[in-house]
Design a protein around this ligand. Structure first.
Ligand SMILES: [Zn+2]
Length: 576
């Protein structure tokens, strides 16, 4: 069981605040936190913060023995806005579905899922399970089409004048000097207001005055409808569809095919679910944003605005080149292919929501893993700082228990080098890995999994071809012949020591020791005992070895490279 880490980090401080506020609003009831995700396409890795921020707070509350619900609202009843580019199994013909609910759009060809929203939701659900995120998923399609929000919808429509008045304060603030001559079309609307739910029509486009509810057309299913009249007493609503010309009159008190406009929908759900904590992205933070306007509209539904920190942007490094085949969108699933869930959790836990950070798909991931392993060791020996211990504890598990760990977490950069050099040859990889630590060798590749698989996936998918390591087939005889006396001697010293130093530590000692011995010092002399020229000699020696082994100036760390190449081949390539 995870331990509570009282007030040592940002998560604890939010948990304090959220519990206190929940007790004030609904004493004795489970705490409710929420996230919203729109399955309009592959869910971007950057959007994971929308889930991880409330998850970490909910998990801390759970660790304290309190009941908490983390709602994930799947905004799958939102309109299909555009056909994302580069999605396998999707062509231009999907454009004909623009304007329908996401759950009414067909899934990409070959998908096992019944519709567009379910297809993209499924990948996210899988990643959240791997990350240990416990949540209650709520499909807004299911809620709306079964009439769950009937009272709320009728209430919003009855109070549409009040809602309009609130929205109007913001409309006048940003009113442009020029009058619009014609209504904006779809593309212009998106360009003017940015993308996402915030760009939605706020309900002021109807001919029957302001109306906060939009029917999906009974004929073509699109939301290009205009409410033409509404009778309060009978709830009779008439609309026409500008897409297909269909018109009908329905009774809103029994009609289930439409939704509240976004700026009303969101605060309605805060009130309906009693949400106490729901962070949102910086794009929702401007004046007139849905979060700010929602804070006023929620009162109409008898609710209160949640505690809602703005979270900063999460960037991705090193993905751009690699992703064009998949629509250019890295997903949490892509990150989990190259890093263990603990690492991804740690990235979110250690930074306050208002701090931005990057998730590395490039060489930086190796440094990140080094840093993680160092922290892991410090925590194990009890020397880490309290805030670091807290972040570590949130990374390795939840209130429900620890996430599965790699039994032998060998250094990621070593695993990556081994996967690189062996090109996926499992037997050879095991041979090399078992030689890393001959005193306590690993007996099966599974002991190094899943970390080994992640490092292998990283090498195969994110390291450009010109940075991959290709061990020479034949010795570079020209180079060997051209070597001066000193270089030849350095190779001799290395070859003579190979057999007795054949382990990761041994070879590290050997490759750094050769230039020292050559200069007349002991192999284990410390930097303080050595002249600075030794550093230059070491660099020159290493470059020579890289040239002879892989035909380049640089490569994976030499001890790993030597182990990976194997003793016989090393001897042959170094001219023995
Ligand atoms: Zn229609």
């Amino acid at each position: 069981m995870g331990q509570s880490t009282e007030t040592t980090d940002w998560v604890s401080r939010f948990a304090d605040e959220v519990i206190e506020e929940s007790e004030r609003r609904a004493p004795g009831k489970p705490v409710v936190v929420a996230s919203g995700l729109s399955p309009s396409g592959p869910i971007h890795l950057g959007n994971l913060r929308e889930v991880m921020t409330p998850h970490l707070v909910a998990d801390e509350i759970r660790r304290r023995g309190r009941q908490v619900r983390h709602l994930i609202s799947w905004d799958d009843y939102d309109r299909y806005r555009k056909v994302p580019q580069g999605i396998a199994g999707v062509d231009k013909s999907w454009a004909e579905h623009i304007g329908k609910p996401l759950t009414s759009v067909p899934a990409p060809h070959g998908s096992a899922h019944p519709n567009w929203a379910e297809h993209f939701k499924a990948a996210m659900v899988e990643s959240l399970a791997e990350l240990g995120v416990e949540f209650d998923g709520i499909s807004q399609t299911a809620q709306y089409t079964t009439g769950v929000y009937r009272e709320q919808i009728l209430h919003a429509v009855r109070h549409r004048g009040d809602i309009d008045a609130i929205l109007d304060q913001y409309r006048t603030k940003k009113a442009p000097a020029k009058q619009q001559q014609k209504p904006l079309d779809e593309a212009e609307l998106e360009a003017a207001e940015g993308s996402g739910a915030a760009a939605e029509d706020d309900g002021s486009s109807g001919t029957a005055g302001y109306f906060p509810y939009k029917p999906y057309c009974g004929n073509c299913e699109k939301d290009l409808t205009t409410v033409t009249s509404y009778v309060d007493d009978s709830t009779e609503l008439s609309y026409t569809c500008t897409a297909c010309g269909f018109a009908e009159t329905v009774r809103l008190n029994e009609f289930n095919r439409g939704k509240l406009v976004w700026k009303v929908d969101w605060p309605m759900r805060w009130a309906y679910e009693g949400v106490v904590f729901e962070p949102s992205g910086v794009d929702h933070s401007s004046p007139g944003s849905s979060f700010q306007v929602g804070g006023q509209i929620v009162g109409i539904f008898g609710g209160k605005q949640p505690i809602g920190p703005m979270y900063a942007f999460v960037g991705i490094s090193g993905m751009a080149k690699m992703s064009s085949s998949k629509g250019g969108v890295p997903t949490p699933g892509d990150a989990l292919k190259i890093m263990e869930p603990q690492i991804l959790r740690w990235l979110y836990a250690r930074r306050r929501p208002n701090q931005s950070f990057k998730i590395a798909f490039d060489q930086e991931i190796q440094r990140l893993y080094d840093e993680w392993d160092k922290l892991d060791a410090k925590v194990a020996e009890g020397s880490a700082l309290p805030a670091d211990v807290a972040a570590h504890s949130r990374a390795v598990g939840t209130a429900g228990g620890e996430l599965p760990r790699t039994p032998r977490p060998l250094p990621y950069r070593t695993l990556a080098s081994v996967a690189d050099i062996t090109a996926g040859e499992a037997e050879q990889a095991l041979r090399i890995l078992s030689e890393l630590d001959p005193e306590n060798p690993i007996a099966a590749l599974d002991e190094a999994r899943p970390r080994y698989d992640k490092a292998e996936a990283w090498i195969n998918n994110h390291v450009p071809a010109d940075q991959r390591t290709i061990v020479r087939e034949e010795p570079d005889t020209d180079l060997l012949k051209s070597l001066d006396e000193a270089s030849q001697q350095s190779l001799r010293l290395l070859l003579d020591g190979l057999a007795e130093h054949w382990s990761l530590d041994g070879l590290t000692h050997l490759v750094y020791g050769v230039p020292k011995v050559q200069a007349g010092f002991a192999a284990d002399a410390t930097p303080k005992e050595l002249p600075p020229e030794i550093k230059t000699a070491q660099r020159t020696f290493f470059a020579l070895l890289y040239h002879l082994l892989v035909g380049r100036d640089t490569g994976p760390r030499l001890p790993t490279l030597l182990l990976a190449v194997g003793q016989d081949r090393v001897r042959a390539l170094l001219g023995e």
